[in-house]
Design a protein around this ligand. Sequence first.
Ligand code: SAM
Length: 292
Amino acid sequence: MYQTFGDGQGDSDSQGKLSSLKLPILQDKAVLDLGCNEGFFCNVAHEMGASKVVGTDIQAEMVYKAGDRFPDIDFQLQDWKDLADMDGVFDVVLCLSAFHYAKDKEQLLSDIANKLSDDGLFVLEAGIVEGDQEEWVDVERFSDTVQHPTKTALDNLLRKFFSIRCAGPSVNQKGDPVPRFVYHCTKLKPVALIISGKSKDGKTTLAHMIGARTVCWDHIFTKNKLGDTDKIDQITDQLIKDGKADDLVSMVMEEVDQISGLVVLEGYGFGLLPIQKELEDRGFIVWSTIRS
Ligand SMILES: C[S@@+](CC[C@H](N)C(=O)[O-])C[C@H]1O[C@@H](n2cnc3c(N)ncnc32)[C@H](O)[C@@H]1O
């Protein structure tokens, strides 16, 4: 027996692990537990008033036992490699003491990110070996050999899909010498950096130094034949005074939609147009800077 319930002591300190997870309020949330075992954490979510709880495990015996313990909860016999086929999205996804079993860890994280609601939380509890290098280390345990990452390796992998925060240590696991940690991961959001100011302020140089894909006001101005580029600032002012701001914003967004990740918007027009709201409505985190 792995999990610990009132009727039996398992190998894992389930209550101690629960405290380490620092779970958010789960009331009215949809919760998915990957590698749910006998359903301890699914039951926690159910008792906290989650609106939907699904537990999946690859071992039929565990799914059967979990269903027996908690008949009101939806337990499914499923390999997490089939996660992409599952219907719906979840506000909270748990993967506890199980990530080391994943054969394709990057694919699993990608699938989890796709199953998370936009403001959802992925809670990972996993082993981390000591070391400064980015590496995955074979660790011999009482029953098998698994790979655990260094902190750098885990952070770099998680950061491909999530913004991450280490929420602290978890409980030790009998038979596994590697300390466990809890990560709270939220979906990566696109980021826009607006660099505005007058012509000749050095905006283009700064954007170039940042090295991200850039949406440049001068380029939009020229491409859409808005006027003489020598008078770009005055013409931009006039277009906005003439009530053309919405058209200009559409031109900008056409360019923004071609880029993923970090978008730098550089140019005079971006200080004047209601770009920030438009970007935020599209889920961007917006940063803004002008020369002091
Ligand atoms: C060490 S137990 C952890 C159980 C539970 N998450 C906890 O922390 O108490 C790991 C669980 O992951 C499950 N598991 C391993 N590989 C899996 C896979 N590919 N898909 C779904 N579950 C898997 C195992 O069957 C086992 O129940």
